[in-house]
Design a protein around this ligand. Sequence first.
Ligand code: MG
Ligand code: MG
Length: 255
Amino acid sequence: MIIRKSPSELQKMYAAGQLVRRILGELREIVKPGITTYDLELVAEKQIKAAGAKAAFKGYYVQAAGKRFPTVLCTSINEEVVHGVPSKKRTLAEGDIVKIDVGVRLDGYYGDSATTVPVGKISSETMRLMDVTKESLDLAIEKMMEGHRLFDVCGTVQKHVEEQGFSVVREFVGHGIGTELHEPPSVPNYVDQGLSNPRLRTGMVLAIEPMVAAGKPDTRVLDDRWTAVTTDGANAAHFEHCVAITEDGPWVLTA
Ligand code: MG
Ligand code: MG
C-alpha cells in the first residue's frame, strides 16, 4: 500500500528534504581535485549532527549485502553507479565525476537526494551524460500529478535517456519515502509491464532517482558488497529528488 501524507506531514518531509539540500549544496562547493570522499563524509556528518537529525544510510541493514551500511554518504566515482563507501583512500582527480547520495531522518521523516558533481574540468561527453540524467529527472517530476500513473514517471525517464543514446540501470530503483526510508512503491527508471502501475494521488511522495549509464545498463557489485559498478566500465550518473504530489502539482521537497 502506498502511504499518502497529510499536509502537516509534508511540511516535516520538506524540512528533512531541505536539510539534505543544504548538505549537498555545501558538498558541491568543496568538491575539487585532491580531496578524498572521506572529506565529504566528515562535512555531511557534522551538518546532520548540528541539525539534530539522524543519518539515514549509516547503520541501515541491507539484506543483499548481509550487513549494515557503514557511512552517512554514498560516494560513487565514475563507473561506480551507487552505494560507494567514502574512504580516505579515494582521492578525487581532475576529470572525475562523483555521485553523492545522502539521506536523513528529521522529526520522524526521511529526506533522500543525490547529485552528480564534476571534479574540475570533465569531457563534453561526460557532461552530456550528466545533463541528460538531470533532464530525465526534471521531466519525470512534471508527471507527478494526480491522475497520472506511476509508469508515466518511469517511462519519461526511460524515453529521454534512451533517445539520447544512454541506458537506464535496472538493478536499482527509486522508492516511496516517508516515515521509512524505503516505502512502496518501487519507482524503476523504466517501464516493466510485469510491475503494478498505480494511479498517482495527492499526498504520495516518491524518491525519483534516475541512474544512467553511458554504455550498457548492466551492473555488478564489488567485493566490498556495496559498490555497484557498470560491468563495461563506462561512466554513470545519478540524480535524485523527493517529490510530493499536491493539488497544485509536484512539490520537490529536496530542491
Ligand atoms: Mg538516495
Ligand atoms: Mg533513494
